[in-house]
Design a protein around this ligand. Structure first.
Ligand SMILES: Nc1ncnc2c1ncn2[C@@H]1O[C@H](COP(=O)(O)OP(=O)(O)OP(=O)(O)O)[C@@H](O)[C@H]1O
Length: 359
């Protein structure tokens, strides 16, 4: 899939801009603070409904502006075209698909964007929440019922936690239905995640051998969030007294995690900072490839400041693998990335939120 014309208004330093994007590599070059990353942020926002660099969408709105909007047509591999919009007027955020109001969460069904940026190494070095988010994004795209199971799980978790936090004693019977729901939806989510990681492993191996061949073979390990082999309903009932003391649910899929280990770097602490970034990139591109095989088209790939994140040889192998994909890529830099000097499909010079096409 690809963005055709990306139209932005009132986003950070961008007053108004319209970018006609090409099929392959779109390179945005400009000084620090010029507004390059803001374009990637807009692309990501249009697919995920959230920014990759700040928790709140509201900070994206240009200071003093009355509204923010992002529009784009997305052309799919089967030639289907959808028009996506996301914006805020006053205090309300709204999303549209082909002119019809939709929930912001529905945008992700229409358009997939994968983004590698300076914060991406958190996938390896950050909290388990980052890794669960990565995993669930992948599962969501292959398992139709994932979202509804996830919502049922979250609702039951909220209810059980609120029972655990009650000051006065509550009947133990009240826990039963919520624990059964947690076990039912949680066990389903657990199975989907394991299946997804099994499917992802060959893709991770392929990407990792390209970027990190010196580290040897890679394995993925999933930790479910409760003792392996135990039944979740039984664990929850058994741990109720402990959870009451802690005032929250300490076991379940919301506590799961996964990790990678390489033959030559069995623990994360064995990786250099640069290797952490490369592992994160290998995982993101592996997920993009799996997604491409599943839906028959590549997600849109955003690479923020690749030249300062990776050395030249690794930049070249990333570019080479994406040229072969083929994917639409949006890439930023203070200078033209060397491996793209010969052939960017489109080049924009960025200055103070304005975009000048040079190619
Ligand atoms: N809410 C806002 N309103 C107006 N301007 C903002 C707002 N938020 C951020 N900015 C400004 O917008 C610009 C954002 O730039 P962006 O991060 O896109 O730059 P960049 O070209 O990617 O820079 P770098 O190369 O330093 O990463 C910065 O100059 C920042 O000060």
């Amino acid at each position: 899939m690809k963005f055709e014309r990306l139209q932005l208004r009132g986003l950070r330093c961008i007053g108004e801009a319209s970018l006609d994007l090409a099929d392959g590599f779109n390179v945005l070059v400009g000084a620090n603070g010029a507004g390059k990353t803001s374009v990637l942020e807009a692309a990501f926002l249009l697919s995920h409904g959230r920014s990759f660099r700040s928790g709140s969408r509201d900070v994206l709105m240009q200071r003093g502006a009355s509204g923010l909007s992002i529009f784009s047509t997305v052309r799919h591999a089967d030639a289907r075209v959808v028009r996506l919009g996301l914006g805020r007027e006053g205090t309300r955020w709204e999303a549209r698909v082909d002119g019809t109001d939709v929930l912001i969460g529905q945008l992700v069904r229409e358009c997939a964007v994968v983004c590698f940026e300076p914060g991406s190494h958190a996938l390896i070095a950050g909290s388990a929440e980052e890794r669960r988010r990565f995993l669930d994004w992948g599962v969501f795209h292959v398992e139709q019922d994932f979202l509804s199971a996830w919502r049922r799980y979250q609702r039951a978790l909220k209810q059980r936690n609120s029972l655990l936090r009650k000051e006065s004693a509550v009947s133990e019977d009240l826990y039963g239905p919520w624990e059964q729901e947690l076990a039912r939806s949680g066990t389903q989510i657990d199975q989907w995640r394991r299946r997804y990681l099994d499917a992802l492993l060959p893709y991770v191996r392929e990407q990792a051998s390209l970027f990190l061949g010196e580290l040897g073979d890679v394995e993925l390990r999933y930790r479910p969030g409760w003792p392996e082999g135990e039944d979740l309903a039984g664990t929850l009932a058994m741990q109720r007294a402990r959870d009451q003391a802690k005032r929250h649910t300490t076991s379940g899929v919301h506590r799961a995690d996964w990790s990678l280990s390489f033959a030559q770097a069995p623990q994360r602490e064995h990786l250099s900072r640069g290797q952490e970034k490369l592992v994160a990139l290998a995982c993101l591109l592996a997920q993009a490839r799996l997604d491409a095989d599943h839906r028959g088209e590549w997600p849109i790939i955003c690479l923020d400041d690749l030249a300062s994140e990776l050395d030249l040889a690794h930049q070249a192998s990333v570019v080479e693998s994406l040229l072969a994909a083929p994917a639409q890529v949006l890439i930023t830099g203070t200078e033209m990335p060397k491996p793209l000097e010969q052939a960017p499909n489109r080049l924009f010079h960025v200055e103070q939120g304005r975009f000048t096409p040079l190619l």
